[in-house]
Ligand binder design. Sequence first.
Ligand SMILES: [Zn+2]
Length: 297
Amino acid sequence: MSTEAIRVPAGTEDPVRAVSVISTGSVEIHPEHAHGTKKPLYWWLLTSRRWLPPRPINVYVVEHADGLVLFDTGQDRASVTDPSYFPRGLVGVVYDRLAKFRIGADETLDAQLGTLGYSVDDVDKAVISHLHQDHIGGIPQLSGELLITPAEWGELSGFSPEARGFLRAHIDVPGRRWKHITFTPTDDPGLAPFTEMYDVMGDGSIVLLPTPGHTPGSMSMLVRRRDLPALLMVGDLTYEAGLLERRRLPGVGDRGELGRTTDKVLALAERRPGLVILPAHDPTATQRLIASSRRPA
Ligand SMILES: [Zn+2]
């Protein structure tokens, strides 16, 4: 798996100066997870013997004129070096069966940002698409604002968040600067059919959209570049943009909600020709980002 960071500059007049993709190691998942299946979740989770080839654990890095913004924070290397990182017992077995992670010393968030000439201290805001472990790994290192939806934060309460994929001890780290965002109504035709949004930088260039389904509080980030196609970072709404385009829903999440959100994203893409969809674990995401710089908006 390549760990090379890719940086795509935008125009010099653009408040979005550049967008990069870095990967904090790699993950293997089952075909049923990525492509969906009619089998019940715990059935394929505990019995599937097939694994797809390793795929990236992407963090997207947006250099905006007013600050450095991350979309997701990747995997924590402690997850492979610290035997107590995951819960034990039955819950631990489920984590074991769900995914196989690899992350080297040169693949941590800090090391990967370093290849772009940044460190974790340079990050002003990190948008967390959702609170699963391969998206929260950088949280202990980040001193900037951490943006999350209240619905997603709510998943940390109630019965056994760990059994539902939320490792509280690695999320609610003392001293972090969490910001619970509130979506506001919008009639921006460039966002339709979405009717709510959160404007990250106050100039409309980086906008968050509610995209529940993978988890109840999942969100996506739309980056609008002046002279290049817009980018939509969708977290784990899909594992490959090509699957989403064929409306093939993944095997994890609320099927009804995944379907409704997928339809909205497809409708947005129809209104914004050239829109580039960038999932967190899409093996083609880097190529899609590079290709997007060769096409006018
Ligand atoms: Zn993920």
